[in-house]
Design a protein around this ligand. Structure first.
Ligand code: GLN
Length: 212
């Protein structure tokens, strides 16, 4: 645990502060991401819960969306919770929406029907022997996963914690509990990723401002 890694947390809106508190507990350095240059020197990126529509809009305005795509192309690690999981999904339905498409899952944004569907459950994960607390707040539902996606936890027959290589996603909010199990796992993923050759050379920053 001696290597220096720094985690970037997307800090536009939503519960990003809860993620930073969790990383403080684990003694892991972090920084907030609001501009493309905030990603420099970052080992992994957390996409918090909140309103994914707002996150997309602001990220595009600020050039952060393109910077995240470039970070992903270099093999960077991501952890998305709730709205963040929606941003990572390959396909988003109900209603459909753009995404970074880094994780081979199909996800329903308003999965539980009403926006009010919120609940706290206890559930087993493949990450530890003890069950963890799972806080669901207007949670999306993962309706299908590709064959390269590992399901680390299920709730009511749906995958709720999944991983594909350096991409981790939870439809619940581990950052809103006292249990650091999932964040610790992500930090380990980032450390591991740091030992692997970069998937691609960093594209030129200048191209990240291309208009859509
Ligand atoms: N349903 C919300 C969205 O579409 C996510 C809810 C959450 O992050 N708690 O962004």
């Amino acid at each position: 645990m001696s290597e220096k890694i720094k985690i970037g947390i997307l800090a536009i809106q939503g519960d990003y502060q809860a993620h930073s508190k969790m990383l403080d507990r684990l003694g892991v350095p972090w920084t907030y991401i609001r501009r493309p240059e905030d990603i420099d020197g970052i080992g992994g990126i957390i996409l918090p819960g909140g309103e994914s529509t707002t996150h997309i809009k602001v990220m595009r305005e600020e050039g952060v969306w393109d910077a995240l795509e470039q970070f992903a192309a270099r093999g960077g690690a991501f952890f998305g919770t709730c709205a963040g999981a929606i941003l990572l999904a390959r396909e988003v339905h109900n209603p459909p929406q753009a995404s970074l498409a880094l994780l081979d899952v199909s996800i329903l944004r308003n999965g539980y029907g009403r926006q009010l569907a919120s609940d706290v459950h206890e559930g087993k994960t493949k990450l530890s022997d003890r069950p963890i607390e799972m806080v669901f707040i207007r949670a999306p539902i993962i309706e299908s996963v590709g064959e390269n996606v590992e399901v680390l936890a299920k709730d009511a027959a749906h995958p709720v914690l999944v991983q594909q290589g350096p991409i981790l996603a939870a439809t619940f909010h581990p950052e809103l509990t006292n249990d650091p199990t999932v964040h610790r796992h992500f930090v380990e993923m980032v450390r591991l990723q740091g030992h692997q050759p970069a998937a691609a050379k960093s594209p030129e920053r200048a191209s990240s401002r291309a208009t859509r």
